[in-house]
Design a protein around this ligand. Structure first.
Ligand SMILES: [Zn+2]
Length: 179
């Protein structure tokens, strides 16, 4: 499997495509995050003869340790990439300048297919957060439940303290004994 763009299958004007890849296929590896889901990519290609303007939106899930409680949390990552693909003869100077630019790719006139895997991979890697949960995903961890914006209030710290938990149980059982 790959994310192949078959250039001559594309109509003039806008084309919508979707690719579903496994993280292993994209060789997605990260020191801090695992990739527990598939990687979905939606691509719009606007074709004008041999110019293909490509807009990609990539979504996948990442799993890693919550930076506060170190329990595993998952979060969705959305990454984008853009590319102008030109199928034409080019001088070495043009090719060098396209490579430097980074958004323009010039392929040989005989090219039939272009694999978008490298672009998808790069987009995900560039958009990985520094830590999770991020404020963009509500900053909420299902384990410690703290929101990014607010410092943990004193109430929650007290609940987490086992001595307070024991006290709460005593208070709860006392009226029962009395009745
Ligand atoms: Zn947490």
């Amino acid at each position: 499997m790959s994310a192949l763009l078959v250039l001559d299958d594309l109509a003039e004007g806008p084309n919508a495509l979707a690719f579903e890849l496994r993280a292993e296929e994209l060789e997605l590896k990260d020191e801090f995050f695992a990739f527990p889901s598939g990687v979905e990519t939606r691509v719009e290609v606007r074709r004008a003869l041999d110019n293909f303007r490509i807009d990609g939106v990539v979504t996948c899930r990442i799993a890693g340790e919550c930076y506060r409680c170190l329990e595993e949390v998952q979060e969705e990552v959305t990454a984008r990439f853009r590319l102008l693909l030109q199928r034409r003869l080019a001088t070495p100077e043009e090719l060098a300048s396209a490579e430097k630019d980074g958004f323009i790719e010039i392929v040989d006139p005989g090219t039939r297919e272009v694999d978008l895997c490298a672009y998808i991979r790069e987009a995900v890697i560039l958009d990985l957060p520094m830590r999770i949960p991020t404020p963009e995903a509500d900053g909420r961890c299902p384990h410690c439940g703290v929101e990014e914006s607010a410092e943990p209030p004193a109430e929650q710290e007290r609940e987490a303290d086992p001595r307070w938990a024991a006290l709460a149980q005593i208070e709860f059982s006392q009226p029962k004994e009395g009745s």
